[in-house]
Design a protein around this ligand. Structure first.
Ligand code: HAH
Length: 337
């Protein structure tokens, strides 16, 4: 780990200061192990897990804000912006929320009341620290003709829970920018479904201000022309865009190889070329893209270690395991418009 005096490269946040914020997902461990790197290169953070429903609200009458507060204090200490992630999701949500306490499912009315009170409490608490929230995460179905993914939310409350969540969040903090966030966002079929959802929310007058492109990408996918088409399509709705969870896996999604213990030079070179072309494209759209957040900061820690392939490390970021700039960083530092 490098101390703050060792940074001689230009700061990432300054390289893109005229374009968008540069963020990283953090957790209570990485705000310590990566503190200098984060403070030097990034001007925004997102809690990787600590603001999800199961972390903040494990039981009906119990909120646990300790870890989330620590991350918010880190942002304050380093004068960074903070995004909130995430209020409504089908994962990492505790079972009590959907249960009536007598062994059955909760009614729609009570589920929505619980949602309102959760959002009120959480968004209210971080009003001064969090400028943007992922209000609803991943409700669109990946495959098939169905628009929405099956979930407890859909089953018990019907599709109306989506607008309700945005309305509750807007009431709790009228200043906050409210996002719909999803992955595979550049895939043409899923993109069109996300667009359909957003368009209908806007037509209903739902307070949605932006779309989060998670951007869990790899060296080969999605193709640049699909990323461009997705940006254009979402922007045509008049929404602002943010890349919310960017990483650049060295492996195709279907690739199961587990033999690599260090990243091969040729893959790091491909990664550098890929980051360069992606950021060249993002800069073209800096008028509509307000922030680019990586889902981590350096290769010593990524959620992609062991996921989706057990026993496989990944190296998706611009900084290596020692927090030194990789070839990909050098390419971004050399980007000329
Ligand atoms: C994201 N889902 C989530 O938004 C984020 O909260 C989490 O920490 C990591 C990734 C992406 C995803 C997934 O988790 C599983 C399958 C597909 C996509």
């Amino acid at each position: 780990m490098r101390g703050s005096r060792d940074f001689t490269e230009p700061a990432l946040k300054n390289l893109f200061a005229a374009d968008f914020k540069i963020g990283a997902a953090v957790n209570p461990h990485t705000i310590r192990s990566q503190e200098h790197l984060l403070a030097y290169h990034f001007n925004s953070i997102t809690a990787e897990n600590e603001m999800k429903f199961e972390s903040l609200h494990p039981e009906e009458h119990v909120y646990r804000f300790g870890a989330a507060d620590e991350l918010a204090a880190f942002a304050r200490k380093h004068q960074m912006a903070m995004r909130g992630h995430t209020l409504v999701w089908h994962n990492q949500t505790t079972d009590w929320l959907f249960a009536d306490g007598k062994g059955g499912p909760v009614s729609k009315e009570i589920l929505l009341e619980r949602l309102e009170s959760h959002i009120h409490k959480v968004v209210g608490r971080y009003k001064s620290g969090i400028y943007a929230w992922d209000v609803v995460n991943e409700v669109i179905a990946d495959e098939g003709e169905e628009l929405m993914r099956p979930s407890k939310w859909l089953e018990l409350a019907g599709p109306g829970f989506i607008s309700k969540a945005f309305e509750y969040a807007h009431a709790a903090d009228p200043q906050a920018l409210l996002f719909y966030n999803d992955y595979n966002e550049s895939n043409p079929k899923k993109r069109d479904k996300i667009y359909t959802l957003l368009k209908s929310l806007l037509e209903q007058g739902t307070p949605v201000h932006g779309v989060g492109l998670q951007a869990h990408w790899n060296l080969f996918d999605p193709p640049l022309d699909e990323i461009r088409a997705a940006i254009e399509k979402y922007a045509s709705l008049g929404l602002q865009l943010q890349l919310t969870e960017l990483d650049m896996s060295l492996f195709r999604f279907e690739d199961r190889r587990t033999d690599l213990k260090t990243p091969p030079a040729e893959l790091l070179e491909l990664q550098a070329q890929r980051y360069e072309s992606v950021f060249r494209l993002l800069k073209e759209y800096s008028g509509v893209i307000s922030s680019v957040t990586f889902w981590g900061a350096a290769d010593d820690y990524t959620w992609l270690d062991d996921f989706p392939v057990r026993g496989r490390k990944n190296w998706p970021f611009l900084f290596d395991e020692e927090h030194r700039p990789k070839a990909a960083f050098e390419r971004l530092a050399g980007l000329k418009v």
